[in-house]
Write a protein that binds this ligand. Structure first.
Ligand SMILES: Cc1cc2nc3c(=O)[nH]c(=O)nc-3n(C[C@H](O)[C@H](O)[C@H](O)COP(=O)(O)OP(=O)(O)OC[C@H]3O[C@@H](n4cnc5c(N)ncnc54)[C@H](O)[C@@H]3O)c2cc1C
Ligand code: HEM
Length: 404
C-alpha cells in the first residue's frame, strides 16, 4: 500500500527528474526499445524523436503520486490517459515491462540517490498507479466488447471510400471485413488505427477523430497530410499508399472529449484539421434537430449551434460545401476566418472571438475547442476574458496532452 512516506520519497526525487532534463527519459526509452524492440509497435516513434512524449510518462507518474490525496483531479487525468491507452490496445503485461525499465533506469543513472527506500517507494507508487490504469482500461475494454458492434483488440477494416476534402485533407471511410455492425461512438471521440507502411520496420498506431455522425456500419476519419519538416509517416501513407479495398486494423472508439448530452447551446470552435471532431458533433446535432422537428416538446435551446472555424485559406477549408449548406438552411450560425486571401463568406486573419462575442450565448453555452495548442490557448483566454466559465470549455489535443 502506498504510504505518506512513499509519497514523500517519490516527491523528493521529482527535482532530480526535472534537473536531469531529458537524460533520464532518454535512457528509459533507449533501454525499453533496445531490450524490448517490439514496444516500437506501440509507441509513436516520431513523438519520441520530436521529444513530445519523452517526459509525459515520468512526469505523469510523479504528478499522480503527488496528487494521490486529490482523487478527483487524479481521476480526470487517469480517464484521459486510460482512454488514449485503450486506443493503443495497452495490456496489463505492458505495465510490468514499463515498471521494470523505469526502476532499472533509476538504478543505472542515479544509483546514489536511488536508495533501497526510494526504490521501494517508486515501486509501490508505480504499482498503485498501474493498477488504477489496468482496472479502468479493463472496464473500458469489456464495455466496448459488450456493445452492439463491439469488439476486443484489433479488428480488420477495409477502405471503402476516399475523398478529397481540401488541399491537405482527405476523408477515408472504413467498413469491417467481417461485415458486422460497428459500435456507435460519442461525437468527438477518436479511433486507433494501426498500419505498416512499406518503409516502416514496425507497426504504426495513430489516433484520428471520427468525422461524421455514428451510423452503426462504418467509420469516417479525415486526415491532414503532414508535410512540414519530415513528412508524417501515417498521414502520407493514408493519403497516397492505402488503396480502396486495402485493410487496416482499428481499435474501438475512445476518448473523453465528446458532446455533452444537455440542453445547453453549443459553440464549436476549431482551426485547421481540428474541425474533424466538430464535424461529427455538427452532423450529430443536425440529425437531432431533424428528429426534433414535428415534436411539440421541441426545445429551441437544444438546437442552438454556433460554429466558428479558422484555417489558412479557402483552399484549405475542409467540408466547406457542407458548412455553406447547413448555414444557408439556418441549422447553424457560422463564422469563418481565413488567414490568407479574401473571401465573401469569411473574415480575414486570425479568429477573433471578441469581435463576434455579442452574437454568442456566452453565459449559457458549452464550448468545444480543437486545433493547434497555441490556437486553443488563445481562444480559451479570449473566452475566459469574456466571462465564460472554464468548466464550460472542453478541448482535444491532437498529440500527447498538454494542459493550459
Ligand atoms: C485524439 C487525437 C485525434 C486526432 N485526430 C486527427 C484527425 O482527425 N485528423 C488528423 O489529420 N490528425 C489527427 N490526429 C493526429 C494524428 O494522430 C497524427 O499524429 C498525425 O496524422 C501525424 O501522424 P504522421 O504519422 O503522419 O506523422 P508522424 O510521423 O507521427 O510525425 C509527426 C510530426 O513529427 C515530426 N517528426 C517526425 N520525425 C521527427 C524527427 N525525427 N524529429 C523531429 N520531428 C519529427 C514530423 O515532421 C511531423 O510533423 C489526432 C491525434 C490525436 C491524439
Ligand atoms: C503508470 C503507468 C503509465 C503512465 C503514468 C502513463 C502516462 C501516459 C501519459 C501521460 C500519456 C500521454 C497521454 C495523452 O496523450 O494525453 C501516455 C500516452 C501513451 N502511453 Fe502511457 N503511461 C503509463 C503506462 C504505459 C504503458 C505500460 C504503455 C505501453 C507499453 C504506455 C504507452 C503509451 C503510449 C504508446 C502513449 C501514446 C504516446 C504517443 O502518442 O506518443 N503507457 N501515457
Amino acid at each position: 500500500m502506498l504510504t505518506e512516506n512513499h509519497i514523500a520519497l517519490v516527491k523528493s526525487t521529482v527535482p532530480l527528474l526535472e534537473e536531469s532534463g531529458t537524460a533520464i527519459t532518454d535512457h528509459f526509452y533507449k533501454r525499453l526499445f533496445s531490450h524490448n524492440p517490439e514496444a516500437q509497435n506501440i509507441f509513436n516513434m516520431s513523438n519520441q524523436a520530436s521529444g513530445k512524449q519523452s517526459f509525459a510518462l515520468f512526469s505523469a507518474i510523479a504528478a499522480y503520486a503527488k496528487n494521490l490525496d486529490n482523487v478527483e483531479q487524479l481521476l480526470t487525468m487517469v480517464e484521459r490517459i486510460a482512454q488514449k491507452h485503450t486506443s493503443l490496445n495497452i495490456q496489463p503485461e505492458h505495465y510490468d515491462l514499463v515498471g521494470h525499465h523505469l526502476i532499472e533506469t533509476f538504478r543505472e543513472l542515479v544509483p546514489e540517490q536511488f536508495t533501497q527506500e526510494v526504490e521501494e517507494a517508486w515501486t509501490v507508487a508505480y504499482q498503485t498507479l498501474a493498477s488504477i490504469f489496468i482496472g479502468r482500461e479493463g472496464d473500458l475494454y469489456k464495455q466496448r466488447e459488450a456493445l452492439v458492434g463491439g469488439w476486443k483488440g484489433g479488428r480488420k477494416f477495409s477502405l471503402v471510400e476516399k475523398r478529397i476534402e481540401s488541399e491537405l485533407v482527405k476523408s477515408l471511410v472504413f467498413e469491417p471485413v467481417d461485415g458486422g455492425p460497428v459500435i456507435d461512438y460519442l461525437p468527438g471521440q477518436y479511433i486507433g488505427i494501426e498500419v505498416q507502411p512499406k518503409q516502416s520496420e514496425f507497426k504504426e498506431i495513430r489516433q484520428y477523430s471520427l468525422s461524421d455522425k455514428a451510423n452503426g456500419e462504418s467509420y469516417r476519419i479525415s486526415v491532414k497530410r503532414e508535410v512540414l519538416g519530415k513528412p508524417g509517416i501515417v498521414s502520407n501513407y493514408l493519403h497516397d499508399g492505402l488503396r480502396l479495398g486495402d485493410e487496416v486494423t482499428l481499435y474501438a472508439p475512445a476518448g473523453d472529449f465528446y458532446l455533452q448530452d444537455n440542453s445547453k447551446p453549443k459553440v464549436l470552435i476549431s482551426a485547421g484539421v481540428g474541425l474533424t471532431p466538430m464535424q461529427a458533433m455538427l452532423e450529430t446535432l443536425i440529425a437531432e434537430q431533424g428528429a426534433e422537428q414535428g415534436n411539440e416538446q421541441r426545445n429551441e435551446q437544444k438546437s442552438e449551434i454556433h460554429f466558428l472555424h479558422a484555417c489558412e485559406s479557402v483552399a484549405q477549408h475542409s467540408f466547406k460545401k457542407r458548412h455553406d449548406e447547413i448555414t444557408e438552411q439556418g441549422k447553424v450560425t457560422s463564422h469563418t476566418w481565413y488567414k490568407s486571401g479574401t473571401h465573401e463568406s469569411a473574415l480575414q486573419g486570425y479568429m477573433d472571438i471578441s469581435g463576434i462575442a455579442d452574437q454568442l450565448p456566452l453565459a449559457a453555452a458549452d464550448f468545444y475547442l480543437c486545433g493547434p495548442v497555441g490556437f486553443m490557448q488563445f481562444a480559451k483566454q479570449q473566452l475566459i476574458t469574456l466571462g465564460v466559465e472554464s468548466d464550460s470549455i472542453h478541448y482535444e489535443v491532437f498529440g500527447p496532452h498538454e494542459s493550459f
